[in-house]
Design a protein around this ligand. Structure first.
Ligand SMILES: N[C@@H](CCC(=O)N[C@@H](CS)C(=O)NCC(=O)O)C(=O)O
Length: 235
């Protein structure tokens, strides 16, 4: 049984997508990042950098004590390797899966997050930053599109690499991206989005109040000023 510390943002969706696709039992523990739950000392023991998601595996494979982990990429890799799902069997595809997973966590996610920050949350217009991140995000969508013209899925077969990227494309509109400009991404996005497990995963977050489009002043300060710098998310 898994306990997922979660809020309905792209990094949270990655893990519900994986758990639903793998058919694993889990409970959701909301971490309201607008309210500052990520800074709670108990939560910081699970996720020392004060970010969501985090996961507890109460019954690890070795039968030892429950273990916890943080960082969405580490969680995806742990689940994929433990359950041998969404993880290619061929070594050549595993290498591709790792490459695209790390590309997502180190480039695509953070740059989309910065782009959204300067488009939606900066307290004053910052044209240099807005143009810089908009240009980089567009370039990264081009990288994704080129890959998906060559391969049906990022690592050949459907994998945690696709799961990691999908929630960020899910919020392409606030990033100022028109998927008509990236037809291979649009094809891939629609196909994965039609999967019942993926639809269930996105629905799990509905009703939690995670729409951060309208941040209250207090939530803005918690995320971007006094306590945190929310460098990657929210969107
Ligand atoms: N690299 C981390 C990033 C996690 C992250 O930035 N999470 C955001 C929500 S999507 C968060 O917790 N923001 C709250 C804050 O920064 O205070 C991961 O992939 O798990």
């Amino acid at each position: 049984m898994y306990q997922l510390f979660y809020w309905p943002t792209p990094n949270g969706h990655k893990i519900t997508l994986a758990l639903e696709e793998m058919g694993l039992p889990y409970t959701l523990q909301p971490v309201d990042i607008g309210r500052g739950d990520q800074f709670d000392p108990d939560y910081l023991r699970l996720s020392p950098s004060g970010k969501m998601p985090a996961l507890i595996d109460s019954a690890p494979a070795d039968g030892q004590a429950p273990l916890s982990l943080f960082e969405s990429g580490a969680i995806l890799l742990y689940l994929a390797q433990r359950h041998q799902q969404l993880w290619p069997s061929a070594p050549a595809e595993q290498v591709q899966c790792l490459s695209w997973l790390f590309w997502q966590v180190s480039a695509f996610g953070p740059m989309c997050g910065q782009n959204a920050h300067f488009r939606r949350y900066a307290p004053m217009p910052v044209p240099y930053a807005q143009e810089r991140y908009a240009r980089e995000v567009r370039r990264l969508y081009g990288v994704l599109d080129t890959r998906l013209q060559q391969q049906h899925f990022l690592a050949g077969s459907y994998s945690i690499a696709d799961i990691a990227c999908h929630p960020w494309v899910h919020c392409h509109q606030p990033q100022g991206i028109d998927l008509a400009d990236f037809p291979a991404v649009a094809r891939w996005f629609a196909e994965i989005g039609a999967r019942p497990a993926v639809q269930r995963a996105y629905q799990r977050g509905e009703g939690l109040g995670g729409d951060l489009a309208q941040l209250s002043g207090d939530a803005w300060r918690r995320l971007f000023a006094n306590e945190g710098l929310a460098l990657e998310c929210p969107l």
